[in-house]
Ligand binder design. Structure first.
Ligand code: SAM
Length: 294
């Protein structure tokens, strides 16, 4: 990837990297990081671990929210001089709650080609396993750190009809769940995906109040990295009613009769209804919980 013939510009490659399991690095990303002359990384020490052995050391730039503007001229000069640049964040897809937006804008404005090397993204990975509506969604990223500002933002999102996706620092998880439950309603369906692709991967799908109770009683749920998803306002009624009905039936009737009624009223097959009733009858279980990673 030396200077292109005819004075052509280089390409700005936007490279996704693993969010935990290094096996998720794509062959294209590995290949590019082995050859590209310039790597613009959020933290060069983190990205170095992903770069395979190479003949010549790349030129490293560190870009973060504080210095991105300062680094632009040198990176644009290199791109306009025909050199390719790989933009990488610490984990996942650059620009998604990560640096790189200003560089991408500047590259477009300079007429430089910007091309993605797609791969891991925590929000999308979380949505894919949440069991909440995924046909449309709203990615919100991080909520404000202060509770009053966070509650205002949650109130503004309360009637959004599609699944909401949040990045949550694990240490704030209990506070965020408490605010979300207070503002959006304790019964609103939600899911949290923690430590995805890592040893302690956990995916839990429960109403907000139950998630809050679980995280309060199990401090380990507040460790690591978490994506919280909250059902959109239009999923509230039908989903909650079906679950509440199953709970009531399981508490009041023998399982076979409860499953029969649930199947009739919800359109589930008898086998599916039986599984739901069995789950309701095990109050100590964590509901739809999945742990571990291959
Ligand atoms: N750009 C990244 C991406 O595409 O995934 C997101 C970066 S953002 C600074 C970091 C947040 O992503 C964390 O606070 C957490 O919400 C989420 N995250 C990152 N890795 C994760 C993982 N392995 N499991 C769950 N959430 C994760």
């Amino acid at each position: 990837m030396e200077k292109k013939a005819g004075g052509a510009y280089g390409t700005l490659w936007v490279v996704a990297t693993p969010i935990g399991n290094l096996g998720d690095q794509t062959p294209r990303a590995r290949d590019l990081l082995q050859r590209v002359p310039i790597i613009a990384a959020e933290d060069t020490r983190v990205t170095r671990r992903l770069v395979p052995r190479r003949c010549a050391e790349p030129r490293w730039f560190s870009i973060n929210e504080h210095n991105e503007i300062k680094q632009l001229p040198a990176l644009l000069d290199a791109l306009c001089d025909g050199q390719d640049v790989a933009l990488v964040s610490d984990a996942g897809t650059p620009l998604v709650s990560d640096p790189g937006y200003r560089l991408v804008v500047a590259a477009h404005e300079a007429g430089v080609r910007v091309s993605p090397l797609p791969g891991p993204c925590a929000a999308i990975a979380a949505l894919s396993v949440a069991g909440l509506a995924s046909d449309r969604f709203w990615f919100e990223g991080f909520l404000p750190a202060r509770s009053s500002a966070r509650r205002s933002r949650l109130a503004a999102l309360k009637e959004v009809p599609v699944t909401l996706i949040f990045h949550v620092p694990a240490r704030d998880l209990v506070d965020v769940l408490q605010d979300a439950s207070a503002v959006m309603g304790a019964a609103r369906h939600a899911a949290m995906a923690r430590e995805l692709t890592k040893l302690h991967e956990t995916v839990i799908r429960k109403p907000l109040a139950s998630l809050l109770a679980l995280c309060r009683s199990q401090p380990e749920q507040s460790r690591g990295e978490v994506v919280l998803m909250i059902a959109g306002s239009d999923q509230r009624r039908s989903t909650i009613d079906a679950d509440a009905l199953a709970d009531e039936l399981a508490a009041e009737l023998p399982p076979s009769r409860a499953a029969g009624i649930l199947a009739r009223l919800t359109g589930l097959s008898r086998k599916q209804a039986w599984a739901v009733i069995e789950r309701c009858r095990q109050p100590e279980s964590e509901g739809d919980t999945l742990t571990g990673s291959p």
